[in-house]
Design a protein around this ligand. Structure first.
Ligand SMILES: [Zn+2]
Length: 175
């Protein structure tokens, strides 16, 4: 799977130095420590972009999320949407945070739809040990065009009814 690794940086780099996270009163010599307010990780590209410490082509940002062009796009307009909080598990983090990320996916997709006029979108996220080099949770929003070379491969098989019943019963019990 795509290692999803790269934050953008090269194009249009508006190093937004918004100081909303800088107001805390901790001593400034400890800048290699974890930011206790935002959980920002000094060695995480996405945290650095979120903090404005690393340039990125930022399309959108708000209090909880940031959206920027992937530095190694699969297609034009390939966007990464990430929570500002450093967390490895997007789908298992606080429900409000997860919802905020997907709200931003919707916001940016709507804008990309009217600007790039793609034929559609692919949206994907991978978590756990299969993830590539970036462990800061993120979603890829990939505009799709008829002649693009994006391949998202799933080895499909038939759904077995007994297995389906077992999964439905087990999952519904948790919901
Ligand atoms: Zn991070």
């Amino acid at each position: 799977m795509d290692d999803a690794g790269s934050a953008d940086g090269s194009e249009g780099g508006q190093a937004d130095t918004d100081s909303t996270t800088d107001s805390e009163t901790t001593d400034t010599d400890s800048n290699t420590d974890t930011d206790t307010t935002t959980n920002s990780q000094p060695n995480c590209d996405f945290c650095q972009i979120s903090d404005g410490a690393e340039p990125a082509a930022i399309l959108y940002e708000d209090d909880r999320t940031i959206a920027f062009l992937d530095r190694r796009p699969a297609v034009r307009g390939h966007t990464v949407i990430a929570p500002r909080t450093h967390d490895e598990e997007l789908l298992l983090m606080d429900e409000t945070e997860t919802a905020a990320v997907f709200d931003t996916v919707h916001t940016v997709a709507t804008a990309l739809e009217s600007t790039l006029e793609p034929d559609g979108f692919s949206v994907f996220h991978t978590s756990g040990p299969l993830v590539g080099t970036v462990d800061h949770a993120h979603v890829h929003l990939v505009p799709r065009f008829e002649d693009d070379s994006v391949g998202l491969s799933l080895a499909r098989r038939e759904l077995e009814s007994a297995d389906a019943e077992a999964i439905v019963a087990a999952v519904r019990e948790k919901l």
